[in-house]
Design a protein around this ligand. Structure first.
Ligand SMILES: [Zn+2]
Length: 304
């Protein structure tokens, strides 16, 4: 078992051509790996200084794919807990854990969240993995992180519970503000076009509707063909959609093309969907991300 693990990590080092990072001395803190920026932020907030946290994805990175680095493999190998977003997002992690072990340390943060089917019937056998994009679901995320950390370190549970409760209060306030903003959007203007099919949970929770997406899929692995792009441009015109929303982690090139074709405009300020924003963006927290997106959508749909 141990030997297989060392071999696998050694192979990764050869493939990436990196030197192994020196093993860090354990200081007794819980070593936690979080996959996405959203899970990482919840772990940072709830765990505070009492955990040693590694977040695999960087702000702005696309979470459907992940290129395993030596540092990531080493962090996973040394971890006490691995927190994943789940709902089929981290397929890249499955294969890795099967090789190097660690499935027993894996916790699925999407457990119990009502997952939605994708809008594209061709993907009917999948679920939409972007469940973190509502305040109620972000609250579930924070509570799952709290429970996972507390189960691993019951002696620290009161601190985890206190910080989680503070975060939940902030998310509840964000939820009220988002509903207030969306209530200002006239019913006839609630159609949304986004870059990829990432915003379905937000749309359903907050009374919008999805007219279409530039990449007609849950990830951005397959580019739309010219006929699909032309059909979307037609729909945008016929539904009177004026704004196409871009996303921080997705290339806006095709969105620009659709905008030209349809007469809509691409909203300059991207939505944070797959990733939180970088430090200082205001969208580097769960409530900050949701409020940012709500304000961008509100301003675009109520303009003019
Ligand atoms: Zn996505």
């Amino acid at each position: 078992m141990r030997r297989g693990l060392t071999l696998a990590v050694g192979l990764v080092m050869i493939l990436t051509g990196c030197a192994p990072s020196s093993p860090e001395p354990s200081d007794g803190r819980l070593r936690v790996v979080a996959t996405t920026t959203q899970v990482g932020e919840a772990a940072r907030a709830v765990g505070g200084d009492e955990i040693r946290l590694t977040v695999l994805l960087r702000p702005g990175a696309e979470p459907h794919e992940f290129e395993l680095t030596t540092a990531a493999a080493a962090a996973i190998e040394r971890s006490d807990l691995i927190l994943e977003s789940g709902a089929g997002l981290e397929r890249w992690l499955e294969g890795m854990l099967a090789t190097i072990g660690g499935r027993d340390r894996l916790r699925d943060m999407s457990a119990g969240v009502p997952l939605r089917a994708p809008d594209d019937p061709a993907q009917a056998d999948e679920v939409d993995p972007h469940w973190w994009l509502t305040a109620p679901n972000a609250i579930v995320l924070v509570e799952h992180v709290r429970d996972a950390l507390s189960a691993a370190r019951p002696d620290l549970a009161s601190g985890f519970a206190e910080r989680a409760a503070a975060y939940v209060t902030r998310l509840q306030a964000a939820d009220v503000e988002i509903r207030r903003l969306m209530a200002e959007v006239p019913p006839g203007r609630r159609g949304i076009v986004t870059n990829h099919d990432a915003i379905g949970y937000f749309v359903a929770e907050y009374g919008l509707h999805l007219v279409g997406s530039v990449f007609p899929s849950l990830d951005v692995s397959s580019e739309p063909n010219p006929a699909q792009l032309a059909a979307l441009a037609d729909t945008i015109r016929s539904e009177g959609v004026t704004a196409i929303f871009s996303e921080s982690a997705v290339n806006p090139r095709l969105a620009q093309a659709i905008a030209q074709e349809s007469g809509a405009r691409v909203v300059d300020d991207p939505l944070y969907t797959d990733s939180l924003g970088p430090p200082g963006s205001g969208a580097e927290t769960l409530d900050g991300m949701l409020l940012h997106d709500a304000r961008v959508i509100h301003d675009a749909l109520t303009a003019g």
